[in-house]
Design a protein. Structure first.
Length: 95
């Protein structure tokens, strides 16, 4: 599903213009990004949780040059599938 699919569904349910629906989708997406950057998890009941995690600083290897490379500390996002999404198939297994 892409952004326009979500906006189309919103247009059908709320009977609004395409422009308004796209703006709503953009606002929701931006707010989710802001929350993750601030270090707050984003939870959508029945769907799942996006959780920001710090990634440790470490060392890696440049395969082409054969030299050690320092990998800086960074942030990553983990997604945990919600119970409602796991039960879509009816047997409780993940999608």
């Amino acid at each position: 599903m892409i952004k326009i699919d979500t906006a189309t569904t919103l247009m059908k349910v709320q009977i609004c213009s395409r422009t308004t629906a796209l703006q709503v989708v953009d606002i929701c997406t931006e707010r989710m990004k802001e929350a993750l950057v601030e270090g707050n998890p984003v939870e959508r009941r029945g769907f799942g949780v996006f959780e920001p995690l710090p990634r440790k600083r470490g060392s890696g290897r440049n395969i082409a040059m054969g030299a050690s490379v320092l990998i800086p500390q960074a942030k990553s996002t983990r997604f945990h599938l919600g119970k409602g999404s796991r039960e879509i198939e009816g047997n409780g297994s993940p999608l």
